[in-house]
Design a binder for this molecule. Structure first.
Ligand code: ADP
Length: 385
């Protein structure tokens, strides 16, 4: 075993004992400096920065206990093993250890035990240093992470603000354009020839689409800006409200909706209404023309005591590779033969995550899609108030 770089200061005023111990330590591979007094020990330690000091208690100038205390007061202090030539009482040994000594050994000490003890302390010291270095690295990483997080939050807020202001301010000139287009349509449409009429219909269509897109961006960024006020909300009331809103479209499609065991959750009534309105609206839009639409809405507690809500339909389904992407803003799997801007599910995700929950989808193409969302139980909201 090589300990050649380990520096040991060997302090003892009794020369033969110091010599014998020094020899044995050198043979074991340590670099050893000898000191005969307390002052010498302190000076040598300052010069040589030893890893270990073997310190006799009885020294001619300064008491070994005080030498130990002075060594231990230094930064990155050495391991101090105090040695006593005579048996001492337990209180004396305790006092020495309380002054900072790492161990207290009583002569005669078997040389192998002394070397093994020094090595055991060195292992401990190395482990301590590795731990301290890992801790330092961890806290530096933590600080970096916190500042990254702050930067991310700032840029997120900026982006949010930008989207809000941009969509809000764009509405005004667009309203102006739409008004003038309507005016043109009223006064000049009959004078248009066939191709002019076609061009004009592109303009009207473009303005309508732009207006719908802008108001969707505005809706989306509003949900990000206004955090929901969480209160106990009865989900069956939310669903009833949405079913009333959609009653005509549901009846036209000959659709049936069943609900089962809907609980009270911690939420914002209007925002949760938007979620169910989007999900049911999608079930209607993406129904399979070969069978009447059926939607099942149910709830059960999940493993973390939140509510797991399922909204399942028997519509056209979604291919597996799109199940994640459909929650991105403006991501659509269809052309404009089915109306929509691709913001509905992105909005649902924002709302559900703003409620501390998650939303995802499972589907079998050709058979149907189930949207799953988690929401906190109402008690959680009540105890937060
Ligand atoms: P939009 O309906 O306006 O396109 P959404 O964000 O609500 O936007 O939905 C994104 C896409 O996910 C839709 O374009 C559609 O392809 C798919 N989708 C959503 N809900 C369903 C559903 N119930 N069944 C099949 N496909 C769906």
């Amino acid at each position: 075993m090589s300990s050649d770089r380990t520096v040991v200061v060997n302090v003892d005023d009794h020369e033969p004992a110091r010599y014998a111990r020094g020899r044995m330590l050198r043979l074991a591979g340590f670099t050893v400096y000898d000191a005969g007094t307390g002052e010498e020990a302190i000076q040598l330690s300052a010069e040589r920065q030893p890893e270990v000091v073997l310190l006799d208690v009885h020294l001619p100038d300064i008491h070994g206990g005080e030498v130990c205390q002075r060594l231990k007061n230094q930064e990155d202090s050495p391991i101090v093993i105090q040695l006593s030539a005579s048996a001492i009482s337990a209180p004396q040994a305790t006092a020495a250890l309380n002054r900072g000594a790492d161990a207290y050994l009583i002569e005669p000490i078997d040389p192998d035990v002394l070397v093994a003890t020094i090595r055991a302390f060195l292992r401990l010291r190395n482990a301590e240093r590795a731990l301290a270095a890992a801790n330092r690295e961890l806290s530096e990483k933590n600080i970096q992470l916190q500042s990254l997080n702050r930067a991310l939050m700032r840029s997120n807020e900026d982006l949010e603000h930008f989207a809000y202001v941009a969509s809000h301010d764009l509405q005004e000139p667009l309203r102006n354009i739409s008004t003038h287009i309507q005016f043109l349509e009223r006064v000049s449409a009959e004078r248009f020839d066939e191709s002019e009429r076609r061009v004009f219909s592109f303009v009207v269509h473009g303005a309508r689409r732009m207006s719908a897109l802008i108001s969707d961006v505005l809706r989306y960024s509003r949900v990000g800006r206004d955090l929901p006020t969480l209160k106990p909300v009865d989900l069956s009331e939310v669903v009833d409200w949405v079913l009333a809103n959609l009653s005509e479209s549901l009846a036209e499609a000959g659709a049936s909706v069943t609900t089962e065991g809907l609980p009270s959750v911690s939420g914002d009534f209007v925002q949760l209404g938007q979620v169910f309105q989007n999900l049911l609206g999608n079930s209607l839009k993406y129904r399979d023309p070969r069978r009447p639409l059926h939607v099942e809405i149910s709830a059960e507690p999940d493993a973390s005591a939140d509510w797991l809500i399922r909204v399942g339909d028997n519509g056209i389904g979604i291919p597996a590779e799109y199940l994640d992407r459909i929650f991105r803003p403006f991501k659509r799997l269809h052309g404009y033969e089915i109306p929509g801007n691709g913001i509905g599910l992105a909005l649902c995700r924002r709302i559900v995550e703003g409620h501390g929950g998650r939303i995802w989808a499972e589907s079998t193409p050709g058979e149907g899609t189930t949207f799953l969302l988690t929401l906190r139980p109402a008690q959680a909201a009540a105890s937060q108030d």
